[in-house]
Write a protein that binds this ligand. Structure first.
Ligand SMILES: [Cu+2]
Length: 164
């Protein structure tokens, strides 16, 4: 019975309450604003960090500063330089983290970045997110939706690339 209730709760959780990206789709090869919407804490624990892993193919990502949160950016060297808007780009952002808060479970917030979307119309990018909370709790939003399978409990935020 306990297990059944847990399953029912899982399906009752609205998708919008997870960590999701708004908008769900941007134009390929565009400079676009992404808002990572955080709808709840870890259980009832307040959020103190949002760590976003960036998919390969994103050559530029700039987080929007957020009062009360410190930003950490990790980069990776590109196999070969690519042309950017202002000269050659030799490294790409690998992850962006906001740490601070706390953001109480009862509240809602958004963590914003600007990215240059890859020139790959018709594809879907995945941005795994680790949400850390007070007391050591965490929620890993890293699961991939598989065709024909039930929606995962903790799906990674995704972004579709539309026509240019
Ligand atoms: Cu949720």
């Amino acid at each position: 019975m306990k297990r059944l209730i847990a399953i029912m709760l899982a399906f009752a959780t609205p998708v919008a309450a997870h960590v999701v990206i708004e908008p769900a789709e941007v134009a390929a090869n565009s400079y676009s604003r992404l808002a990572f919407r955080v709808g709840h804490g870890c259980g009832t624990a307040a959020t103190i960090a949002i760590e976003v892993a960036l998919p390969e193919g994103i050559s530029m990502a700039r987080p929007m500063p957020k009062p009360g949160w410190e930003i950490a950016i990790e980069t990776r060297a590109l196999p070969r330089p690519v042309a950017g808007g202002h000269g050659l780009v030799r490294e790409a952002p690998a992850s962006i983290a906001w740490r601070g808060g706390p953001l109480p479970d009862a509240h809602y917030d958004e963590f914003v970045m600007m990215i240059r979307a890859p020139d790959q119309p018709g594809t879907t990018l995945t941005f795994p997110v680790v949400q850390r909370c007070e007391g050591g709790a965490q929620h890993a939003w890293v699961e991939l939706a598989e065709p024909g399978q039930p929606r995962p409990r903790s799906p990674a935020p995704t972004l579709r690339l539309g026509a240019r």
